[in-house]
Ligand binder design. Structure first.
Ligand SMILES: [Mn+2]
Length: 375
């Protein structure tokens, strides 16, 4: 029995000010996941990456991580992990924080492509590879696939990558690029729960232990994977500590009634709230927030024009794709090099547009320069 978790994002923090209450959400979900694994008596735990929310975390995040993994260790449960893009420092040669688990003797890093035997199970994995490292990733996957073909016994492949069949055309890999013959593919990176057949085995994303973005589901959990039969059985455990979230769009006329209804509701934990109000006239957004913040963590209250219809999800996806394509074409014209374009758009641009990570952009450029991939 494997306990499979991913994307715990410990040390999440709000842009600008520190929202301690929200930061705690990720610690609570992680602690609950550890207790679920102990209760379910799993033989080992696999973490598929994005353990931390930032490669430069608060000390609290590292302390919570160590405490949780130590609890597993004290219960005889080995902790195997790989690294996601949120765990990997942009400065080349710097040791990522989660590696401290190895130094303490309570965790085993499996993201280096070297197979390990743990309680009779063969586990091999890779850390997150960036889009401009695609060729390198393919080579490593091929090598892992070749080694696997000559092996018997139960085996698990651990990866932190997006798959086009699951996450859409923007993802780095397709299912066909993954080697066959593993019993279980323990995936991380995609923030949603997914189980599919692959290569004679089962591939699964448990999704995050706590949602991160407004669009993600607040039904989060971990997986208990039963490897005793020929085909693995994935059992889902919902985490009950996860903060509920609510996203509403109302007209100005419905506003008063909506606020009344919202503040009358009792909640065990304050839900996060996003509210859009369709109104032409002036709205006192601050007084709306004042009324709601007793019962909700108000993430955003926004006034929108009633004349602009809400774009459908498919409209949005299409526009986003068009913009992305155009951006890629323009960048190709200027840079004239596919890998440099991929670096600029997929690595550098997200850092430069994220107020929390903007400072890492220069380090990213150095890392890319030193990798020699730009040549
Ligand atoms: Mn993640």
């Amino acid at each position: 029995m494997i306990g499979h978790m991913s994307d715990t994002h410990l040390g999440w923090y709000h842009t600008g000010e520190r929202l301690v209450e929200r930061e705690e959400d990720y610690y609570n979900a992680f602690r609950e996941a550890v207790e679920v694994f102990i209760r379910e008596r799993v033989d080992l735990v696999i973490h598929s990456g994005d353990i931390l929310d930032t490669p430069r975390p608060y000390g609290t995040a590292v302390a919570v991580l160590i405490e949780g993994v130590r609890r597993l260790s004290e219960n005889g449960i080995p902790f195997l992990f790989t690294l996601g893009e949120h765990d990997i420092p942009y400065i080349a040669g710097v040791t990522p924080y989660p590696m401290i688990l190895e130094r303490l003797g309570i965790g085993t890093y499996v993201g280096d492509g070297k197979p390990r035997e743990v309680k009779g199970l063969r586990v091999v994995g890779l850390h997150k590879h960036k889009r401009y490292e695609h060729r390198l990733l393919q080579e490593k996957l091929e090598k892992i696939g070749e080694e696997q073909r000559t092996r018997g016994g139960k085996s698990v492949l651990v990866l932190h990558q997006g798959l086009r069949e699951i996450a859409g055309p923007g993802a780095e890999l397709s299912l066909a690029e993954l080697p066959e013959g593993f019993h279980y593919y323990a995936m991380g990176h995609h923030h949603g729960y997914k189980v599919v057949d692959h290569g004679g085995g089962i591939l699964s994303y448990p999704g995050p232990t706590h949602w991160v973005d407004v669009d993600e589901s607040d039904e989060c959990g971990v997986s208990i994977v039963d490897l005793s039969g020929d085909v693995p059985v994935v059992h889902r455990e919902r985490l009950t500590s996860v903060r509920p979230k609510l996203r509403l769009r109302v007209t100005g006329r419905e506003l008063r009634e909506t606020i009344e209804r919202l503040i009358q509701k009792e909640h065990k934990v304050k839900p996060c709230l996003w509210l859009e109000v369709e109104e032409e006239g002036k709205l006192d957004l601050l007084s709306i927030e004042d009324k709601l913040k007793e019962r909700y963590i108000v993430q955003e209250i926004r006034q929108v024009s009633p004349r602009v219809p809400e774009p459908s999800a498919s409209d949005l996806a299409e526009t986003t794709l068009e913009v992305k394509e155009k951006l890629r074409r323009l960048a190709m014209e200027v840079l004239g090099h596919e890998r440099n374009t991929a670096f600029a758009l997929d690595e550098l641009l997200p850092l430069l547009t994220d107020p929390k990570r903007g400072g890492e952009a220069a380090e990213a450029v150095w890392r890319y320069y030193l990798s020699g991939e730009w040549k």
